[in-house]
Ligand binder design. Structure first.
Ligand code: OXT
Ligand code: ADP
Ligand code: MG
Length: 583
């Protein structure tokens, strides 16, 4: 081929015979759109994609299992408002990543799962290719959008579509299928460069209708006992100052959903988290900001919410179909949270009447009594440790280091930590989210450390930890400032379950008694510590958080301290005919 010279808009002269290929175009397309990190598990056909991305200056974090890489990408997306990217091999690697993709979609986290795939001609005729699977068809129902690219010249468009789909409107998971053959396709470098697309304004503001803003303000003005519920959508929106201004100007008590803790500090005088039941039951107007009326809020009805018709809801969400999903919404406010909150603030004017002292006073009374009750439990220095004596220590660790990121999963370990550990800053608490899924722990911790550079404290039930525990090797390999505390109560919920059969096998919910998770990390060069008292726990966690060294603390918890399913035992069906003796 004879060389032709081309002038770029920047004035460079380009040799048109210079070639590029699918690998480089994928990397160039991601880099052009600001993607700096790929969460990856290498293998056929994407091994070179990871290698070349690293060579091109991207950070490529290689995991031990795709589910953890996927969870890392998902939470990276939530933390940064840009899609996190996970890269996997075909069929089994793709399937391993799919739980994270579906979980991201359920939680409205923007992520892109990019999987290599086998040859279309063979897969479609089901002729038994290496790792044969119609990945696109399988991914489709589990994510927000799914695309496949067949020609190198379409890679730019494919990546652009994936990015826009992940972050615009309601964020979610997107699948991008890249057949192995595509990666090897060669094309002219100049044409390749021109085929790339920089996504302009990937998540455009969605301005609420002025009439909807007025309607919401009218409902709010008519309230006697108003309540604001802040959800993880509000934390995601990164409209922190305006949300705080709205809450404070309105004077309305608020409760944060789990991952919205810290959006306003938990110790803020208007925070009613410690009077949760009271405010849900007794409020007459509830304004939801980036939270859904799903199971976590008993669908907005039933005993917890009082008699039908006793409440009006204002619902702020970017997704119109979320309105009336469970109960009638008196004032739907559809738009992005930043724009909606700013519009409400403008519309409130200077003569806003704050809620009555009667309402706020009754909440404060309930708060005080719950806080006093909690203080008694926290005051016990129990050995063996129960949840509260261990969590008191960790509450103080976060109080001393409010910019640290807390990752939390388990059942009792989750529910008790959520109540005990106050959060002070937005987007510092990462947990099991909408599905209550176990296995997010190490992936979330790794991405939190990589994306923010802050120290991470991961508080893990011993069962929860097991779902992603092998990634302690990844933590050590990348020398990340992560301190994992395993609440080791010898099992799922409790460690004293019994076998209801002949007793030969262990109980279904029990693990090896006295296991030493701290030994695991020592095998990879990290710091392992076994602690049995609150004082030992404090010393070990402080040392880890101060040094930034990868650390795993095995915190021995009384096997009888937990309750089945933690705070959500009511959701756990029980056989009326079962034998006695289960924990
Ligand atoms: O107002 P009232 O009086 O009611 O009091 C409330 C608050 O006002 C008050 N409160 C406070 N008082 C004082 N001070 C402060 N600061 C304060 N804050 C609050 O306390 C009460 C309670 O408040 P809370 O918690 O806010 O309110 P409540 O009513 O509990 O809230 C309801 C919910 C639903 C919002 C809340 O409970 C919640 O968010 N729950 C999430 C629960 C969840 O998601 N759980 C995880 C799933 S459990 C189960 O599925 C598990 N599995 C199965 C499995 C899963 N999940 N995934 C996969 C892939 N496979 C299998 C497994 C295997 S958990 C699990 C492992 C468990 O074992 P581990 O060893 O890991 O853990 P351990 O249990 O520790 O052994
Ligand atoms: P939580 O579990 O904290 O209650 P959910 O995940 O149930 O939170 O709800 C989050 C909601 O926030 C979703 O309905 C989602 O559409 C919405 N959301 C996410 N980002 C934005 C945004 N930027 N603007 C408006 N709504 C958003
Ligand atoms: Mg446990």
């Amino acid at each position: 081929m004879s060389a032709t010279l081309e002038q770029t808009p920047g004035g460079q002269t380009v040799d048109e015979t210079e070639l590029t290929d699918g690998f480089h175009l994928v990397i160039d397309a991601l880099k052009l759109n600001g993607v700096k990190t790929i969460y990856n598990v290498p293998g056929i056909p994407i091994t070179d994609l990871g290698r070349l991305a690293q060579a091109e200056g991207m950070r490529v974090i290689s995991f031990r299992h795709e589910q953890n890489a996927g969870n890392a990408a998902a939470i990276a997306g939530w933390l940064t408002k840009s899609p996190g990217v996970c890269l996997t091999v075909s069929a089994p690697g793709f399937l391993n990543g799919l739980v994270a993709l579906a979980n991201a979609t359920t939680n409205c986290f923007p992520m892109i799962l990019i999987s290599g795939s086998s040859e279309r001609e063979i897969v479609d005729l089901q002729q038994g290719d290496y790792e044969e699977m119609d990945q696109l068809a399988i991914a489709k129902p589990l994510c927000k959008a799914a695309f496949r690219v067949l020609h190198a010249a379409d890679i730019g468009i494919g990546v652009a579509r994936a990015i826009r789909a992940a972050v615009s409107g309601r964020p979610g998971g997107v699948y991008l299928d890249l057949p192995g053959k595509l990666l090897g396709q060669v094309m002219e470098a100049g044409a390749g460069r021109r085929s790339l697309v920089k996504v302009i304004d990937p998540a455009p503001a969605q301005i609420p209708a002025p009439s909807a803003v007025d309607r919401a303000l009218d409902v709010l003005r008519g309230a006697l006992r108003p309540l604001i519920i802040l959800g993880k959508g509000a934390a995601y929106a990164q409209a922190d100052n305006d949300i705080r201004a709205l809450v404070e100007k309105s004077g309305i008590p608020f409760i944060p959903m789990s991952m919205a803790k810290g959006l306003l500090p938990d110790l803020h005088p208007q925070c009613a988290a410690a009077a949760r039941s009271t405010v849900l039951l007794e409020s007459d107007v509830v304004m939801m900001i980036g939270a859904r009326l799903n199971w976590l809020l008993s669908h907005g009805k039933g005993r917890q919410w009082g008699p039908p018709g006793s409440k009006k809801f204002i619902h702020i969400d970017i997704e119109p179909r979320e309105m009336d999903s469970n109960v009638e919404i008196a004032a739907p406010l559809v738009g992005d949270i930043g724009s909606c909150v700013a519009a409400l603030l403008r519309g409130m004017g200077d003569d806003w009447k704050q809620p009555s002292a009667e309402w706020t006073g009754s909440i404060n009374a309930k708060k005080e009594s719950n806080i006093a009750r909690m203080a008694t439990r926290l005051g016990k220095n129990s050995v063996p440790m129960d949840y509260h004596s261990a969590l008191r220590v960790l509450r103080d660790v976060i109080k001393d280091r409010p910019d640290a990121i807390l990752v939390n999963e388990g059942a009792n370990t989750l529910d008790q930590a959520r109540g005990v550990i106050d959060m002070y800053q937005p987007r510092k608490r990462l947990d099991v989210g909408t599905w209550g899924v176990m296995g997010i722990g190490m992936g979330f911790a790794i991405a939190a450390a990589i994306e923010t550079g802050k120290p991470v404290l991961a508080i893990e039930g011993d069962s929860a930890f097991g779902f992603s525990g092998m990634e302690v090797e990844t933590i050590c390999r990348y020398n990340l400032p992560i301190c994992v505390v395993v609440f080791n109560n010898d099992g799922i919920y409790r460690g004293d379950g019994v076998n209801l059969g002949d007793g030969t096998d262990p109980a279904t919910t029990g693990f090896v008694k006295g296991a030493r998770y701290d030994k695991m990390i020592e095998g990879f060069g990290g710091v392992g510590v076994n602690v049995t008292t609150p004082d030992e726990l404090k010393l070990a966690v402080d040392a880890a958080m101060d040094s930034g060294k990868p650390t795993l603390i095995n915190a021995v918890i009384d096997p009888a301290a937990g309750t089945e399913s933690g705070n959500i035992g009511n959701l756990n069906p029980k056989s009326a005919l079962s034998k006695k003796g289960a924990a």
